[in-house]
Design a protein. Structure first.
Length: 171
């Protein structure tokens, strides 16, 4: 199993670390969706995620689940610490946008804004994605939480639905 994963990663290397991380972020956000959400169809997948369709076969299985559970138990305190560092800045960013727009954090029906902290990515990176009505911000470790980037992603989440009907009417 480990040899298969190593071969898969080697075969999908990118020239830049940012592009390499980006494809796996897209894969995770579009393929590894919560069971309650409607899965994206193959034609709706981002191009970089669709290139990794074979990764699902490499990353499935009871051995992977058993290994992942043990690793997660060891890594969980580090994730909780990182999430705690981002909690206040993220909450402040969302509150600031809501106050400015005179809105609330109650999502519109069928929409979602989610922030993920990726401790394995290269430092000081932010990845934002929107798939259908779901908006994601993925942050990697940084000396100071990237509150401006969280605010920017949340602004898109709040304002994009307002702009789409205007664009549709203009056509």
């Amino acid at each position: 199993m480990l040899a298969d994963l190593k071969a898969y990663f080697k075969g999908h290397r990118q020239k830049e670390w940012t592009a390499e991380l980006s494809q796996y972020v897209s894969f995770a956000l579009s393929w590894m969706r919560p069971r309650l959400q409607v899965p994206l169809q193959t034609g709706e997948l981002p191009p970089d995620a669709s290139l990794l369709q074979g990764f699902r076969a490499c990353s499935c299985g009871s051995t992977r689940k058993r290994i992942s559970r043990g690793l997660w138990q060891k890594a969980q305190p580090a994730f909780e610490e990182a999430i705690a560092r981002y909690h206040l800045p993220a909450t402040a960013s969302v509150t600031e946008v809501n106050a400015y727009l005179r809105g609330s954090t109650n999502p519109a029906l069928g929409t979602r804004f989610q922030i993920y902290v990726d401790l394995l990515g290269a430092p000081n990176q932010i990845q934002t994605r929107s798939y259908k009505n779901e908006y994601f911000v993925v942050l990697t470790p940084s000396p100071a939480p990237l509150a401006d980037d969280i605010r920017h992603g949340y602004l898109h989440y709040q304002l994009d639905p307002l702009a789409v009907p205007l664009c549709a009417r203009a056509q």
